[in-house]
Ligand binder design. Structure first.
Ligand code: PLP
Length: 425
């Protein structure tokens, strides 16, 4: 009998039965067939410590023994308080307040509602629309779908259901671009702001790495320019660091590359090392303090059931401790070296007729092709090499666990290159 499990983004008529995972260890998971596969994407980019990390497992077990869950409405507990303090410590200076929720999408919904209510409470209720970027991906809930790329995104069929926001072109200048090379992108942003700032409450972006929208790697100068424009037009800057947070771009947060503090920042995926679903929306004093006042409306109107779940908070604390004690930033830099050597600097790969671009940033690398059809079969090929890859659109990419040993990293890059260069495929 086929399983009643309905899989995400799966074409039901043509889907084949999904491999059944029974366990995992380090960068690999194992299937019920005994096959063991290196996970090149660490389970949608969240399992940054790999599978079955002893410290994370112990943290969950110990917390489970004390307190699995309690509501955060009107109550608090040690893991939530400690995690909030730790997040304030490690994030850019000025983000002093932490609102918990249960997934990246909800964390972004919280950020957008916070921005709208912030302006409302300051007597600017007209500033209730968002400004977002083409190629953006911010999640699958309705509020988030409305700020994803409306053309290339996965949600165009829902257009009639969604609120209307403003879009600026995706930044085109790459990570190494100069200030001058970023100017055209910033001018485009300014154009939209000049026309619509009176109804725009916040500018949202995935800083430096537009991930699910095509792994577009952009410049720290763009972040600085965006910060200045937001201040000029009285608009909040929201960084969606759900994918980029916790080292993915080579620094703890993408914001660190530019020394920019957004007004609101959203974290999820790597927050718990992938061991439990959780998210955090951080805000500056300026945003938080606008909610202090006498009217009944001076309370933030949101409260997910599982916000601040003690198990999730405790495992997030342990994840952060491991990240710092085991020098993950050093490991990420070393992985970046392998990704550059094996992919970015490979002339034969770059010269392949199907390949449009090869780029890397931190522990992320992508081979972009001209035509999505040329990636059909790449995942099956990778599996014959012992590697689990999941290409989407025109992008064959890796976002490995940070603990991936270098020979395993080379096996992953070998499978990616092999799809284009090997004669036996
Ligand atoms: C994955 C992702 C989200 C959504 O997070 P979920 O936990 O899947 O809801 C939002 N923003 C970015 C940048 C993401 O990569």
């Amino acid at each position: 009998m086929t399983s009643p499990v309905w899989h995400p983004y799966s074409h039901l008529k043509t889907q084949t039965p999904s491999p059944k995972v029974v366990g995992g260890d380090g960068p690999r998971f194992t299937l019920d067939t005994g096959e063991s596969l290196l996970d090149a994407t660490c389970s949608w980019w969240c399992m940054i410590h790999g599978y079955r990390h002893p410290r994370l497992i112990e943290a969950i077990q110990r917390q489970a023994d004390e307190l699995c869950h309690v509501m955060l409405g009107g109550l608090t507990h040690e893991p939530a308080d400690r995690l909030a303090r730790e997040l304030v410590r490690v994030t850019p200076e000025g983000l002093n307040h932490v609102f918990f929720s249960d997934s990246g999408s909800v964390g972004m919904e919280v950020a957008m509602k916070m921005a709208v209510q912030y302006h409302y409470l300051r007597g600017k209720p007209a500033k209730h629309r968002m400004l977002t970027l083409m190629k953006a991906y911010h999640g699958d809930t309705a509020g988030c779908m409305a700020v994803c790329d409306p053309e290339e995104g996965m949600h165009s069929l829902f257009a009639g259901f969604l609120p209307q926001h403003h879009f600026a072109p995706a930044p085109t200048a790459g990570f190494d671009a100069t200030r001058e090379e970023v100017q055209a992108d910033l001018d485009a942003l300014r154009g939209v702001l000049e026309a619509h700032h009176e109804e725009i409450g916040a500018l949202l972006m995935e800083p430096l790495l537009q991930a699910a929208g095509g792994l577009n790697m952009t410049s720290p100068h763009y972040l600085r320019g965006a910060r200045e424009l937001c201040d000029e037009f009285d608009i909040l800057l929201i960084f969606d660091e759900v994918a980029t947070g916790f080292g993915r771009t080579g620094r703890m947060f993408a914001a660190n590359h530019a020394d920019v503090t957004p007004d609101i920042m959203v974290l999820s995926k790597g927050l718990t090392g992938g061991y439990l679903g959780h998210a955090a929306t951080l805000a500056t004093d300026r945003v938080h303090d606008a909610f202090i006042g006498d009217s009944a409306l001076h309370a933030f109107m949101h409260g997910p059931t599982f916000m601040g779940n003690p198990l999730a908070c405790r495992v997030a604390l342990e994840s952060l401790a491991v990240f710092e004690e085991d020098d993950y930033l050093g490991r990420i830099e070393a992985l970046n070296g392998v990704l550059r050597e094996e992919l970015v600097d490979d002339e034969a790969l770059r010269a392949h007729p199907d390949v449009a671009d090869v780029r890397a940033l931190g522990a992320t690398a992508v081979i972009e092709v001209h035509d999505a059809d040329s990636l059909r079969g790449a995942a099956d090929f990778a599996r014959t090499q012992g590697v689990w890859l999941r290409a989407f659109g025109r992008w064959l990419y890796t976002m490995p666990a940070y603990i991936t040993p270098h020979d395993d990293m080379r096996r992953i890059t070998g499978a990616m290159k092999g799809w284009f260069l090997s004669r036996e495929r």
